[in-house]
Design a binder for this molecule. Sequence first.
Ligand SMILES: N[C@@H](CC(=O)c1ccccc1NC=O)C(=O)O
Length: 217
Amino acid sequence: MDARELIDISVAFDARTPPWPGDTPFSCGWAWAMADGASVNVSKWETSPHVGTHADAPLHVLRGGVGADALPLAPFIGPVRVADVRHLTGAITLAQLKEGGWKAGTTRLLLRTGRSTAVGRFPAQWPALAPETAAALVADGLQLLGVDCPSVDDRESKTLDVHHVLFSGHCYVLENLDLEAVHAGEYRLFAPPLKVGACDAAPVRAFLAPALTGERA
Ligand SMILES: N[C@@H](CC(=O)c1ccccc1NC=O)C(=O)O
């Protein structure tokens, strides 16, 4: 892998990254500090797992659902297609996705909505798949949906239908990606979630590498 060709698409777990309004922001304190005479610096964190780039676990929307430590690895690593939907608002149809660059048979899909906390503000709204569109993608074999906005559902959703449709089809979710510098097209994705025990989501370091010739997203 050539380091010059890697694109970091992670939003930091960082006090400057805005959390979901009302959710716990990231903060870092010190359990031991060399400035106080300790032999090492050791931090302690408090954060919602939804602050930076993360994978949701079914437990986020399902009572008794599996936690982040039980997420499979394979959906988060491999060929991926990026679709550009920055011009859209509201519920995204399959026809609109096609215009944005989606193709039938896509196993991993990232949506560039242009409404990302990567720019330092929590977006007022963002486009999200219509639940029927999510169902069509799952039926077509989608294993992973990633978005640069804070949720695969819209901001006001209380029922989180797209999350439910995806999880019930064994399709996994990445949120808060930084796709500001990423064009629509095919890449290879590396985004394994941290093995955080029995939580609703886990931080992810996500990056793209060039697509391998002959490999389809
Ligand atoms: N829309 C929900 C909140 C929500 O979806 C949410 C809240 C905090 C952290 C993450 C959330 N959704 C992420 O997928 C509500 O208004 O209750």
